[in-house]
Every structure is written in C-alpha cells, then in structure tokens.
Design a protein around this ligand. Structure first.
Ligand SMILES: NC(=O)c1ccc[n+]([C@@H]2O[C@H](COP(=O)([O-])OP(=O)(O)OC[C@H]3O[C@@H](n4cnc5c(N)ncnc54)[C@H](OP(=O)(O)O)[C@@H]3O)[C@@H](O)[C@H]2O)c1
Length: 166
C-alpha cells in the first residue's frame, strides 16, 4: 500500500468542529473510533489542538508549530508540514492521520497524499467558532453508518460515521 494521509474529524451542524479551543461534545463511540483508527500510527496536530487535547498512549503525536522554543513535554515537534509528513511516514509507512485543528485540515486538504476523510457527523447544532472546511466535488462519500447516543439529560443525539475518498 502506498503511503497516504487521512483526516480524522468530528463536526456538528454547520460544520462546527470547535469552540474556544475545545471540542463542544463528548461522544464515547467517537473517541473509541479515534483510538481504534489511529493506533500504531502518527497523528499530526497543530499547536493549538495539542494544548487542548491530551495525547493518547499507543500512537505518536507530531505537533506543528512555528515556535522553536515550544515545550511539548517529549512529544515530537516539527516546524514545517512536509517535515511532519516525512516523520509520520517513518512511524508508519502506510497511513498517518491529521488530527486537526482547522489550520491542519486546510494543509491536509491541499496535500496530494490526503486520500481519505473519516468524519463523525453529529446531527445537532452546537455553538462554535471553528468550522470544518466544505469539501470540493472530488470528494465522494464511500460509507455512512448511522448511530445515536443518549445525553445525560435524556436527549437522544444521532450522528453518522462517514468516510470520504478522492
Ligand atoms: N472536532 C474535531 O475533530 C477537532 C479536532 C482537532 C481540533 N479541533 C478544534 O480545532 C480548533 C483549533 O484549530 P486551529 O486552526 O485554531 O488551531 P490548530 O490547527 O490546532 O493549531 C494552529 C497552530 O498550528 C501551527 N501551524 C499551523 N500551520 C503551520 C505551518 N504551516 N507551519 C508551522 N506551524 C503551523 C501554528 O502554531 P504556532 O502558533 O505555535 O506557530 C498555529 O497557530 C480547536 O477549537 C479544537 O478544539 C476539533
């Protein structure tokens, strides 16, 4: 298999994916999907995302920043997206994940090695200030699986695991 980059993301109605640095929802099945798919692979994230989301054991996180003094407590740091891709490929020669945020998704969508998007689409509106970009027509939906979960207040929220490829 040739090396490829994959975007992994969750977003709600209006493509909201973040608010004040955080992800506005917490869905265990979404987190499990992230853990299962990224295990044994590199996950490339932007500096802002690295500061709000803790790294998980079992996968190597690569943080992209311009700040050469950044202390990431032992995580890999790179200063250029191509360097991030080369480092990720060394960790797993088949697949590396792009874990956000918005600026990293933009870089990945513009990169010819990005072939697949693994999205969790939440069918509910949340307040947000960061949005997942609209996809170009080259992206085709490959699979869609509907799911639901019940919030602590009893509200049932539906969401879909949707994969896109180009
Ligand atoms: N729903 C989801 O699946 C999901 C996933 C991840 C994140 N998010 C959300 O997304 C939001 C964060 O997104 P964001 O776009 O604001 O921040 P981000 O992409 O996480 O990080 C931005 C930072 O990355 C570094 N960077 C970006 N491009 C670079 C380049 N070409 N070269 C070197 N460094 C570069 C810069 O760091 P320096 O400023 O240090 O130079 C930049 O400020 C948060 O709300 C977060 O919760 C959502």
């Amino acid at each position: 298999m040739d090396f490829e980059l994959r975007i992994i993301v969750s977003y709600a109605e209006g493509r909201v994916m973040g608010n004040k640095g955080k992800i506005p929802w917490s869905i265990e099945a979404d987190r499990k999907r992230f853990r299962d798919h990224t295990k044994g692979k590199a996950v490339i994230v932007g500096r802002r995302t690295s500061q709000f989301l803790e790294p998980l054991p079992g996968r190597e996180r690569i943080v992209l920043t311009h700040d050469t003094t950044l202390d990431t407590k032992g995580e890999g740091v790179v200063y250029d997206f191509e360097e991030a891709v080369r480092t990720a490929r060394f960790i797993n020669p088949e697949v590396a994940y792009i874990g956000g945020g918005h600026s990293l998704y933009m870089l990945a969508l513009a990169h010819n090695l990005t072939k697949r998007i693994e999205a969790t689409e939440i069918h509910r509106s949340y307040q947000g200030d960061t949005f997942f970009p609209e996809l170009g027509s080259e992206w085709k939906e490959i699979t869609k699986r509907e799911r639901s979960y019940t919030r602590t207040n009893g509200e049932v929220v539906t969401y879909s695991f949707v994969d896109y490829e180009r």
